[in-house]
Design a protein around this ligand. Sequence first.
Ligand SMILES: Cc1cc2nc3c(=O)[nH]c(=O)nc-3n(C[C@H](O)[C@H](O)[C@H](O)COP(=O)(O)O)c2cc1C
Length: 201
Amino acid sequence: MAKVLFVNACVREEKSRTLKLARAFLAEYAALHPEDEITERNLMQERLEPLYPDTLELQESLLAAKQTDHPMFEVSHQFTSADRIVIAAPFWEQSFPALLRVYLERISGVNLTFYYDEDGVEHGLCKAKKLLFITTRGGDFSAPEVQWLELGASQLKVICHMFGIPEFRCIAADGLDIITNDAEQIMAQALERCVEEAKTF
Ligand SMILES: Cc1cc2nc3c(=O)[nH]c(=O)nc-3n(C[C@H](O)[C@H](O)[C@H](O)COP(=O)(O)O)c2cc1C
């Protein structure tokens, strides 16, 4: 039985097109892997706080004392112990909503998601071999010449490298708010890709 963690950062909730894609992926995955356990972490309900001075101080003192069993690290342990991770978030301000950024801040830490060896080299500590990021974008950032403007998927790819997750996958529906585009058709193609991805994820 594999533990699948679904991190839901789809702020528009049931109106979210990103969530629609994620649900299609998860439904197909669940049908193909009934033995796996899928756990959803809903960041809208959770309302995690960023690392304000007092929280950061507490985090640093606990980590220095190697007290990683403190409840504040539950969010991190859940992430590092998952076998598969799916994150769904819309494209906001060329990246993703702040609540996903806060989540990343709250899971990350020395001896939690990564450690330094005696030569000072960083190594990841996550169990997951794959992370799938599902997103939808108003503009179209799929062409190579504009990919540098995309800071959501690219950021998560770097985070995977930092946390020791070898394979980063991304399904993006681009250009949904460009009025000359057929948004329904773009979504239909992305839904197909989600169903396909579930077969090999
Ligand atoms: C607060 C906000 C910020 C956005 N920022 C961008 C942006 O920087 N670039 C872009 O192409 N689209 C942007 N969009 C459009 C969304 O990426 C697009 O509508 C997406 O499909 C929304 O996903 P959802 O239906 O899952 O909420 C933004 C939308 C919102 C609500």
